[in-house]
Design a protein around this ligand. Structure first.
Ligand code: F6R
Length: 234
């Protein structure tokens, strides 16, 4: 693992945006795995700026988001569809047929999950997967468990995750209790991985990087991946 400690959120955002921009410049048809949440906001802001300054071209990029809440309409302001459109897709020249987010309204969730993994495969796999991390070590919405779940699946959200997510909702009762998430296997198959963690995540980063590999800390499996960069505020 390549571990980069930075002093503040601005530096984290800059460093991560540089890594992502480098990937797109090296391979304009990159397949990116994207995350939502508060941590990537500064990164997306910088990528949009690089596009506006004509330094980056997203026209050949394909993307797959890690997750989406079950039961939220894409127009819902708390859905990850809405987040991605407003923070990134609406502001860059990405082809709208090339970005993918699991459909949290799918009638047959199992079929949706299977089809999602299939689409990733057909796209040639993910070149660079961006990950945030929960205080409990979740990546995507792979919550602490007794075993690592391989493929995209429906996940029951941890109480701590629901509590953390409630800051984006009017009321905690509005936070969905399940989500569709790429599995740990889907994530591990990415050719390279960029994990970003902002203030207050030092403890879980220590466990992830130096602790035992344990499904109770889902991110710890990243120790076995051959190309992971961790950028964290410490
Ligand atoms: C979001 C996701 C989650 C978040 C994690 C950290 O797509 O997959 O794993 O990355 O919950 O969220 P923030 O960045 O809000 O602390």
């Amino acid at each position: 693992m390549n571990i980069i400690q930075v002093s503040d959120y601005q530096k984290l955002s800059e460093m991560a945006a540089v890594i992502i921009a480098g990937q797109i410049l090296r391979k304009p048809s990159s397949v990116l795995g994207l995350a939502t949440g508060s941590t990537p906001l500064g990164i997306y802001e910088r990528l949009v700026k690089l596009y506006q300054e004509k330094c980056l071209n997203f026209s050949q990029v394909t993307s797959f988001n890690l997750d989406e809440y079950c039961g939220l309409d894409p127009q819902n302001h708390q859905s990850y569809h809405y987040y991605m459109q407003n923070h990134l897709f609406f502001h860059i020249n990405m082809d709208e047929t090339k970005f993918h987010i699991p459909n949290g309204l799918a009638e047959d969730i199992e079929a949706e999950c299977k089809a999602y993994d299939e689409k990733i495969k057909q796209a040639g796999g993910i070149d660079l997967q961006i990950l945030g991390i929960g205080h409990n070590g979740h990546i995507g919405f792979n919550e602490p468990a007794h075993s690592f779940l391989y493929g995209t699946h429906q996940e029951i959200l941890d109480e701590s995750t629901i509590k953390a997510s409630s800051r984006f909702f009017e009321d905690i009762s509005q936070v969905p209790t399940t989500a569709i998430s790429m599995g740990i296997g889907t994530i591990m198959e990415a050719k390279s991985i960029l994990l970003v963690a902002s203030e207050g995540k030092q403890e879980i980063i220590q466990k992830t990087v130096y602790g035992p590999i344990d499904p109770q800390v889902p991110a710890s499996l990243l120790q076995l991946h051959k190309d992971v960069t961790v950028v964290y505020v410490g």
